[in-house]
Write a protein that binds this ligand. Structure first.
Ligand code: ACO
Length: 380
């Protein structure tokens, strides 16, 4: 009997590490520690733009003029409402369902109520992209409030998408500092090259499947603890450590057991993740005076120990977890907040993939046997 691997000389790149699976003009995570959105370094735009402006940049590949931004903001807010069957489905979902599972299901469910579901034109897909950017946060806020048996506020016309999102999550008008933190947090999560969830979305889109199916693939991929699920695990770790003076022992224990420290390491960056300094800054400013400031001190200690032992830096999920905690979001919803902004990157990549019009279908290196002798059921 022969083994295929003896003659198959295809080269396998494990984990597709450093493989360029396509071209994109959307974002560039530079391994040396910078991140660009459509050519703009995030360091230059993070304090000078709002989230909706960056969303415009990603889906139109240019910065908006004031009128264009106002128009998008109005469209987004008016599209935040959900069809009644979706609202009902979210509100009646069993309490033991994981929030990410509900989000994945309801985005798929939304596809059934798309007002243009038989139209696959470029303008229809652009309108669909805007609807999804608006509706994902509403699904998240509706679930968040329903789980607490609290009323779900109706979005307000005078607020933008981010302010409405916070208002719908919390049920009270958010103060200006919380809105600013949310704009920055969401902007920092908008897009990140061919990350795993975006790649999953592009694979689905490459079959010319619809945008809801592609986003559903992305959400299922983001859920994993090696990707967007890491922020929730970071918070579990911070809760677990409990006393700041136990940090060293706890982290050493994980490293000695060859366990991964959640919120650390990155496939692309050889230097520090460029989002970390901004998130660290957000946490430092925002947590000051809050009950959660002790978390920041724990984080700084963890960061130092992990760097000293492994020369690994925190990734986006580490300080984002503390920022979301300071905003009063409970940890099982952290990946859903991530999805509520990454939806921008997903739809932008789906639109780009439709333009590219090529099926993403890699090959494999088959390492099993060939020519095995078939034994009928009765003789096995
Ligand atoms: N804790 C401890 N050691 C780590 C960590 C970590 N978080 N991350 C990487 N390493 C070590 C590995 O053990 C390995 O060491 P070795 O060479 O001595 O065996 C080396 O660094 C390389 O790690 P890989 O796992 O090969 O790196 P890879 O690129 O495959 O994985 C990943 C990247 C998945 C992000 C990894 O760093 C990880 O699991 N981190 C924890 C989970 C996490 O925070 N995920 C969020 C990522 S950001 C995002 O998706 C939004």
């Amino acid at each position: 009997m022969k083994r295929m691997s003896e003659k198959d000389d295809s080269v396998v790149v494990r984990g597709l590490r450093d493989v360029a699976a396509g071209e994109s003009k959307l974002s560039y995570p530079d391994p040396n520690g910078s991140l660009y959105y459509v050519g703009y370094n995030i360091d230059d735009i993070i304090d000078r733009t709002v989230y909706e402006e960056v969303a415009y940049l990603l889906i139109h590949k240019k910065l908006p003029k004031m009128q264009e931004l106002d128009k998008l903001r109005t469209e987004l807010v008016s599209e935040m409402k959900l069809p009644n069957p979706i609202l009902k489905s979210i509100k009646t979902t069993p309490i033991n369902c994981l929030p990410m599972d509900v989000l994945r299901t309801e985005v798929s469910h939304l596809g059934e109520y798309d007002p243009e579901r038989k139209v696959f034109s470029e303008p229809a897909n652009m309108r669909r992209a805007v609807r999804l950017i608006a509706q994902v946060p509403t699904i998240v806020a509706t679930l968040y409030r329903s789980r607490r048996e609290e009323f779900v506020p109706v979005p307000k016309k005078e607020f933008g998408l981010v302010q409405n999102f916070l208002y719908m999550l919390k049920g009270t008008f958010p103060d200006a500092s919380a809105v600013k933190v949310m704009h920055r947090l969401m902007t920092l999560h908008v897009d990140h090259g061919f990350n795993a969830s975006t790649f999953a979305a592009r694979v689905t889109a490459s079959t010319n499947s619809d945008m809801y199916s592609a986003v559903t693939s992305a959400i299922g991929t983001l859920k994993g603890p090696l990707h967007g699920g890491a922020s929730e695990k970071v918070m579990e770790m911070l809760d677990d450590i409990y006393f700041e003076d136990k940090v060293e022992e706890y982290i050493q224990g994980l490293l000695d057991d060859k366990k991964k420290i959640m919120g650390f390491g990155h496939r692309v960056y050889k230097a520090q993740d460029p989002r970390t300094k901004h998130l660290r800054g957000i946490v430092e400013d925002f947590c000051e005076g809050f009950a959660t400031s002790y978390l920041y001190d724990k984080c700084k200690k963890i960061e130092k120990i992990v760097y000293d032992r492994k020369k690994i830096y925190p990734n986006v999920d580490f300080y984002a977890a503390v920022a979301m905690d300071a905003l009063g979001v409970s940890k099982e919803f952290f990946p859903l907040i991530f999805a509520s902004s990454r939806i921008v990157g997903w739809v932008a990549h789906i639109l780009e993939q439709y333009e590219d019009a090529v099926l993403l279908r890699p090959s494999q290196k088959y390492v099993g046997e060939l020519g095995r002798l078939f034994v009928p059921m009765g003789l096995r």
